[in-house]
Write a new protein. Structure first.
Length: 516
């Protein structure tokens, strides 16, 4: 493939924003606009109108000729064997679209957890040990014949020094944690880019997300991407041009002071959709170790089945309500620009996976699309001490929540009482304590820990049927529902139960709605 065959990012002539050329089943580009393609610098570039290869990654039937983002999570990057599979997917995607995808990588395997553990050990035991991270990086370098002294040792030396600092200072701040875990992603992109360049003859280059334009706020551990990042990212890729395979770190950014930040666990999905939105990619592919979004967490119900398509809002709700498969905020940039997101399996690349779209046709046969569970929430009951029916009560209650910057997940109300749930992880003990004190000036309150929310993403036209079937099945299995909510987005029905009953409830509901 020569450089002249590539088309600049998102600049197909007369293409509507978010639109794309279509490719018919014989693999030929359709539509007049295919004849002439203009780069965003105004130059005409040659485009090859040739048969598209067969569906080797399961995406050909609606393949587009725009640039694609391929994000690979830790499970797809466990070792050199997995990196070779990723290489095949990157090459296949290049052939399929006739241009290089932007590749976003997480840390290899469980590196992020290992780095966090190493930080804790340095802090509490005074032990500096990066052997697991080092051996994973070395294994990949050795297997690909890469020079580890040049490629990864400088980073590993910095990491060692950081852990020594933690050990002697006896301090591991959120800022320090973000710097610490950033080594995972920074190692993986360097190894992958060097491998693609050396062994596959691809013009690959590693980039740290902050050098690509990811500017965040300074909320370490859970930083928010600043809006101006999108323009910076667009400009970066525009200047880079189409002839480089950019391998970009997921998960990390930098704040205005130049400190490394992270986007929250699983944040590489968000990196990928943000780049997708910035460069107006035709598709963001999120490669995992499962055949897409499944009907429920396969670790709870082994026979969970893949869901062919969901909407952005359904995917976002599922993620927020516990489905660990996607980052909860990752849908936002895609939703804004109507970019299709596809969840695919790097262990089974021909499987079509799950397509995430602006809208979809709901099936009558499967009233419930998926079941998710969010554990360790607090159930709060608030009963007014004022006269029955006193108006202004809800406003007063939520004013207090706003003052404490506590967000509420689920809510159910009667005239004088409110039941709601709080995320125990997001809400510190001291916050809960002051919140309770303030609420008790207007109400009697009870806070109960150890609850779970089991959510059904469902067909809203069937809600009575679903509620009936679900409540019956839970009752038959002796599972007590402590609160029910059907949100404004009526496709989400939530039940609050004890943590101990959550797995059983998911199994029972899965049997009811997906069969045994
Ligand atoms: N509804 C669900 N569908 C698919 N996977 C799920 C679901 N709920 C939980 N998971 C878990 O999410 C995992 C994939 O997400 P994640 O570990 O973040 O992948 P990666 O690290 O590759 O990005 C799966 O291995 C699966 O165990
Ligand atoms: N490595 C980070 C970021 C991430 O997105 O990872 P993954 O894609 O493996 O979920 C984490 O473990 O949180």
């Amino acid at each position: 493939m020569d450089g002249g065959c590539f088309v600049s990012t998102g600049v197909l002539a007369k293409r509507a924003r978010g639109g794309s050329l279509s490719v018919d089943r014989s693999g030929f580009v359709a539509g007049r606009s295919a004849a002439r393609v203009v780069s965003n610098r105004g130059r005409c570039v040659r485009m090859v109108v040739a048969p598209i290869p067969t569906d080797a990654t399961g995406t050909s039937s609606d393949v587009t000729l725009d640039r694609v983002i391929c994000k690979f999570g830790g499970s797809s990057l466990a070792d050199s064997t997995r990196l070779r599979e990723v290489t095949k997917i990157v090459k296949m995607q290049t052939e399929l679209t006739r241009k290089f995808p932007v590749v976003v990588l997480s840390a290899m395997g469980p590196s992020t957890n290992e780095l966090l553990r190493a930080g804790e050990r340095a802090l509490t035991e005074g032990v500096v040990d990066i052997s697991s991270v080092r051996s994973r990086a070395y294994e990949a370098c050795d297997s690909f014949g890469l020079n580890k002294e040049e490629l990864v040792d400088p980073l590993l030396t910095n990491l060692d020094q950081l852990l020594l600092g933690i050990k002697f200072l006896r301090e591991l701040t959120p800022r320090g944690k973000d710097y610490l875990v950033s080594f995972g992603e920074r190692l993986s992109v360097r190894i992958m880019a060097a491998h693609l360049a050396k062994n596959e003859d691809l013009p690959a280059k590693a980039f740290d997300a902050f050098d690509v334009g990811f500017l965040t706020d300074s909320n370490f551990l859970n930083a928010e991407i600043q809006p101006e990042s999108l323009d910076k990212i667009a400009r970066f890729f525009d200047e880079l041009g189409p002839n480089t395979v950019a391998i970009v770190t997921g998960f990390i950014g930098k704040d205005i002071n130049g400190e490394i930040t992270t986007l929250g666990r699983g944040g590489s999905d968000l990196t990928a959709t943000t780049i997708g939105a910035a460069i107006n990619a035709s598709e963001v592919q999120v490669w995992k170790d499962v055949d897409g979004i499944l009907s429920t967490d396969p670790r709870v119900v082994e026979r969970a089945v893949p869901v062919p398509s969901v909407t952005y809002t359904e995917a976002a709700e599922m993620a927020y309500f516990g489905a660990k498969v996607l980052h909860p905020v990752a849908m936002m940039p895609a939703m804004k620009n109507r970019i299709t997101v596809r969840v695919k399996n790097s262990y089974n690349p021909t499987h079509p996976g799950t397509k995430i779209l602006p809208e979809r046709k709901l099936s009558d046969d499967t009233p419930v699309t998926a079941i998710s569970v969010k554990r360790n929430v607090q159930l709060v009951d608030i009963v007014s001490t004022r006269m029955l029916g006193a108006y202004g009560f809800l406003a007063e209650v939520f004013k207090i929540f706003a003052q404490h910057q506590v967000s509420v997940d689920m809510i159910a109300t009667s005239e004088v009482s409110i039941s709601l749930t709080l995320d125990s992880v997001a809400c510190s003990e001291s916050t809960v304590c002051t919140l309770k004190t303030d609420l008790e000036t207007i109400a009697n309150t009870s806070f109960q820990n150890g609850k779970s929310i089991v959510s059904l993403v469902s067909n809203q036209t069937k809600s009575s049927l679903i509620l009936g079937k679900a409540a019956n099945a839970l009752a038959e299995n002796g599972i007590q529902i402590q609160m029910v909510s059907q949100g404004a987005a009526k496709f989400n029905i939530g039940f609050v139960l004890d943590n101990e009953e959550a797995n059983k409830a998911v199994e029972v509901l899965h049997d009811v709605f997906f069969g045994r």
